[in-house]
Design a protein around this ligand. Structure first.
Ligand SMILES: CC(C)(COP(=O)(O)OP(=O)(O)OC[C@H]1O[C@@H](n2cnc3c(N)ncnc32)[C@H](O)[C@@H]1OP(=O)(O)O)[C@@H](O)C(=O)NCCC(=O)NCCS
Length: 177
């Protein structure tokens, strides 16, 4: 079982108990504002998401971690690695991503989990490069990327939705945890 402890967080695989709190996070339009086309996701879609994320862990040996607060045991959201579902030609690299419930923003949890995820990518999975694709305007993600040392590299267009995405990247062979 892949688990990572950080000072304040447990990054772990998903359980049935995560469905309700993750669905609540996915139902918040503020949380979903910069995710895809901004649509919220209901309980059923969230259940499908979690099932797919668990399959990715089983099949690929990497995926999105459930992020749990060590102090309270609450699910804060996710951080982790994935392959692009929509842009395999333009984005063949493994992507890092994050989504936390609004009450968990502004406390450094996303950056703490993302740093641990980059260490996992390099040390555990042996990946040489990780990318992120963010919508211009998603300043919270840009802030996390700046702290991770992932500069903007190029612009691409989302093939389905047509909006621009900025690709950020890090060469993990030069990354110092
Ligand atoms: C993107 C997202 C995960 C960023 O979360 P976040 O809480 O803003 O990010 P961080 O963990 O870096 O924390 C930010 C702030 O917490 C503050 N903070 C409070 N306590 C802290 C602590 N103990 N340690 C570090 N920072 C702390 C800092 O001021 C920090 O801001 P700074 O870097 O400007 O100083 C969050 O906004 C989110 O879930 N958004 C919705 C989903 C989304 O848009 N995902 C990406 C698009 S697909």
């Amino acid at each position: 079982m892949t688990e990572i402890h950080t000072p304040r967080l447990l990054l772990r695989r998903w359980t049935d108990d995560d469905l309700a709190p993750m669905a609540e996070i996915n139902a918040d339009p503020e949380v979903m504002r910069w995710v895809g086309d901004g649509s919220v996701r209901d309980l059923e879609l969230t259940a499908q998401d979690i099932e797919r994320w668990e399959e990715e862990w089983d099949e690929e040996g990497l995926g999105l971690f459930a992020v749990e607060l060590l102090a309270s045991g609450e699910l804060a959201g996710f951080t982790g690695l994935s392959w692009s579902e929509f842009l395999p030609d333009a984005l063949p690299d493994v992507q890092i991503g994050w989504r936390l419930g609004r009450q968990f923003w502004g406390q450094g949890y996303a950056s703490e989990a993302a740093q641990a995820t980059l260490e996992f990518a390099l040390q555990d999975r042996g990946l040489e490069r990780v990318v992120a694709a963010v919508r211009p305007g998603d300043e919270a993600s840009e802030n996390v990327l700046r702290k991770l040392g992932m500069p903007a590299e190029r612009e691409i267009t989302h093939p389905e939705h047509g909006f621009p995405l900025t690709v950020h990247a890090i060469d993990l062979t030069e990354y110092e945890a």
